[in-house]
Design a protein. Structure first.
Ligand SMILES: Nc1ncnc2c1ncn2[C@@H]1O[C@H](COP(=O)(O)OP(=O)(O)O)[C@@H](O)[C@H]1O
Ligand SMILES: [Mg+2]
Ligand SMILES: [Zn+2]
Length: 450
């Protein structure tokens, strides 16, 4: 006879099932189910009765604009929507080793208000040494090496910090549950209790969560709907820079990104991101073209690089890094059908320089130019920027924020901009020629004769 009620919970998304499943019906992850003991407090909950009302007339409630506490990092503040909101809970997810602890320690080690950094992963000495390396040893920073939730909540009562960091949620455990740390029930319960306390006492919480691909540790996906803000910390292992973006934000836009350079001395903010996403080799190239993409409200110039080679085997290869593979196939089909450029016997490799990901169709035109010059070996000057969506008929379509994109290109010294027909008033740009084209065929004709 079983003493406890047992459920199986997907460690990736929190889907619950009464029997073990090989594949999660909710998020399609394999082998993500683990057995978890559930305790219920149904009796006590049912008995709960209250006298008197506890709702308020809307006029009785005092409203005040949300105040944001700065994290002392412009990039992090931007992504948060201006800083940390009192009582808010922020989840920072990312692969192990990407720099989550560094980012948080580096920011909070410098702020003037009281913060409590709780680590379940490292010793106090290790954290101190890291803080020294990052040069952020501050009077207002308190460290605690602890994994027990009750001890943590108790320490919060004693220290009354304004910001609490939990590094990481996978290591924290409450005495109320019998499961081990890192299980979905533990993670959910600990987070819920931290959220409750944060809302009540008005401090902000930063919860760090590891994302693991194999699903052995419960992914922060389970927490996404519980917290106010979800930040993703991303980076390419081959590059030093890191990007932080908001996947969800109750207090700001989800379009903003923060860009950092990971160095020994910590994460350096990159205020001029366009410059790092442009490669600076020789002046003439083929197979490559620069576009201006938008990351939130910031324009970012990025270089699209392609390699077009003859394919000696039956199936030509299409390899795509940093861009949607299906979109590439569509653009190749448009080039074949509308411009008579044949890619059926060539391999196509496409890479967005610097390891950035582009999700925007505004990069279409630059990709087509890169592919066309890659196929024909046409050399282009590096001072050309192309912006525009390419339709299935080969027509060029308008994109948003054209003015911002063009201004950024002009600022960085680009001399020619190729854009779709547009009604948008364009900025006065002295040193850059802006040329509008109705379709891809005309644009490529112009490019090939440059
Ligand atoms: N002593 C050190 N000197 C220089 N860089 C270090 C040192 N220790 C760690 N790092 C850098 O910091 C990264 C780990 O960052 P960390 O903040 O611990 O990641 P996370 O918390 O996301 O697991 C490592 O990948 C490494 O690049
Ligand atoms: Mg860490
Ligand atoms: Zn799942």
């Amino acid at each position: 006879m079983k003493k406890y009620r047992v459920k199986y919970i997907c460690s990736n998304c929190g889907f619950e099932s009464l029997k073990w499943l090989g594949k999660c019906p909710s998020c399609a992850t394999w082998n993500s189910f683990s057995e978890e003991i559930l305790e219920t407090n149904e009796k006590t909950v049912r008995k709960k009765e209250k006298s008197g009302t506890s709702s308020f007339n809307i006029n009785e409630i005092e409203s005040s604009p949300e105040s944001h506490r700065t994290t002392n990092s412009t990039e992090l503040d931007r992504v948060l929507g201006g800083g940390l909101v009192a009582g808010s809970v922020v989840l920072i997810g990312g692969d192990p080793g990407i720099g989550k602890s560094t980012l948080v320690l580096q920011s909070l080690g410098k702020v003037g208000y009281k913060s409590l950094y709780i680590s379940g992963e490292e010793s106090l000495r290790q954290i101190k040494m890291r803080a020294e390396r990052l040069q952020v040893v501050s009077e207002a920073l308190f460290l605690m090496a602890e994994t027990n939730l009750e001890n943590i909540l108790n320490e919060i009562d004693l220290r009354t910090p304004e910001v609490v960091v939990i590094d990481s949620i996978q290591t924290i455990q409450t005495d109320l549950l019998q499961n081990s740390a890192g299980t979905v029930t533990q993670i959910r319960e600990c987070t819920a209790r931290l959220i409750e306390k944060a809302k009540k006492d008005g401090f902000s919480v930063l919860i760090i969560g590891h994302v693991t691909k194999d699903g052995t540790l419960a992914g922060p996906k389970v927490l996404e709907h519980m917290v106010d803000t979800v930040l993703q910390f991303e980076g390419d292992p081959n590059h030093n820079y890191r990007i932080i973006r908001a996947a969800k934000n109750r207090f700001g836009s989800t379009n903003e990104i923060g860009i950092f350079d990971m160095r020994d001395s910590g994460l350096i903010e990159i205020t001029n991101p366009s410059e790092i996403f442009l490669s600076n080799s020789s002046s003439k190239v083929n197979g490559s073209c620069v576009t201006a993409t938008m990351e939130g409200l910031r324009p970012l110039l990025v270089e699209i690089q392609t390699l077009v080679t003859p394919s000696h085997f039956g199936n030509p290869q299409r390899v795509c890094d940093g861009f949607d593979y299906r979109r590439l196939s569509i653009l190749l089909a448009v080039l074949e059908k509308r411009v008579d450029l044949r890619f059926s016997t060539t391999n196509v490799f496409l890479n967005v320089a610097g390891g950035l990901n582009i999700y925007e169709t505004a990069a279409d035109l630059a990709i087509c130019i890169a592919l066309a010059t890659g196929l024909t070996d046409k050399l282009l000057e590096r001072n050309l920027v192309a912006i525009g969506e390419v339709g299935l008929g080969g027509e060029l379509r308008q994109v948003k924020f054209l003015e911002k994109r063009l201004s950024e290109a002009a600022r960085l010294g680009f001399k020619t901009a190729l854009i779709p027909p547009t009604n948008e008033p364009l900025p006065d740009i002295d040193n850059m020629e802006v040329i509008r084209f109705p379709n891809l065929r005309d644009t490529l004709h112009f490019v090939m004769n440059m």
